[in-house]
Design a protein around this ligand. Structure first.
Ligand SMILES: NC(=O)c1ccc[n+]([C@@H]2O[C@H](COP(=O)([O-])OP(=O)(O)OC[C@H]3O[C@@H](n4cnc5c(N)ncnc54)[C@H](OP(=O)(O)O)[C@@H]3O)[C@@H](O)[C@H]2O)c1
Length: 212
């Protein structure tokens, strides 16, 4: 699969490196050509501008701060519809100081990106830190990490599920894009707990007990 990655930071590095290992063709696109080239060399992928990465993929990982995404995508052609045939994977967390969800009360990050671009968007990979995505494989005592996916397009969900399995993780289809805002809020809540030293796993009973 050809995957263009927007951004050259932690998430670009973590996920891009894994997908290259799994045999995918990856281009890292950054606003700094030097940083893109350095990451491309280290990970074994191609490097270019943000526009190059959009042109490269049919699949695009948005590894940018949420606040930057709409501006970047608008400049790269969202308005004239040139992003319309791309599958955008949104891993952003619109979380500000104090672990506040900056999109609270609005449509949420993934929905906003879909509205701005008109592209198919799948929310994925936002719920865990890059250190976990770098594990080979990302797995703990209970087994491989489950990755919730939210999106409206079945083919796009199938494609992202493949990319999840290629990391050694398990895809968990978690509803349409209207559910992405819940995943985003849940992640903000989890980040707050983790940073307070709490283990959210202790909150959760087995499914039989929760649905009895
Ligand atoms: N790190 C995590 O553990 C983690 C986990 C889950 C989700 N996320 C989400 O994933 C996204 C990326 O996080 P990250 O940790 O990879 O961030 P990061 O390491 O800070 O990298 C951010 C990247 O975005 C680029 N960028 C920032 N503002 C930009 C702009 N206005 N125009 C173009 N490029 C811009 C940066 O370019 P420069 O290098 O030129 O500044 C850099 O390449 C965020 O939305 C974050 O919430 C992060």
């Amino acid at each position: 699969m050809r995957i263009g990655i927007l951004g050259t930071g932690n998430m670009a590095d973590a996920l891009g490196t894994q997908w290259i290992r799994a045999g995918h063709q990856v281009m890292f696109g950054g606003r700094s050509p030097d940083r893109a080239r350095a990451l491309g060399r280290r990970a074994g992928g191609a490097a270019g501008t943000l526009a190059d990465a959009v042109a490269f993929g049919p699949v695009i990982l948005l590894a940018l701060p949420f606040d930057a995404v709409a501006g970047v995508l608008t400049e790269l052609g969202a308005r004239d519809g040139t992003l319309g045939d791309r599958l955008l994977i949104d891993c952003t967390n619109a979380v500000g100081p104090g672990f506040v969800l900056t999109t609270a009360g609005g449509p949420g990050a993934a929905r906003t990106i879909a509205d701005v671009t008109g592209a198919r968007v799948v929310k994925a990979f936002n719920h865990l830190p890059d250190a976990v995505w770098r594990l080979t494989p990302p797995a703990f005592a209970d087994g491989p990490v489950a990755v919730p996916l939210c999106g409206d397009d079945e083919e796009a969900l199938t494609t992202v599920a493949t990319l999840v399995r290629d990391l050694g993780c398990v895809p968990l289809t978690a509803g349409g894009l209207d559910r992405a805002a819940y995943l985003e809020a849940t992640t903000a809540f989890l980040i707050g707990l983790w940073h307070s030293g709490h283990d959210p796993r202790t909150l959760l009973p087995p499914v039989e007990a929760a649905t009895a």
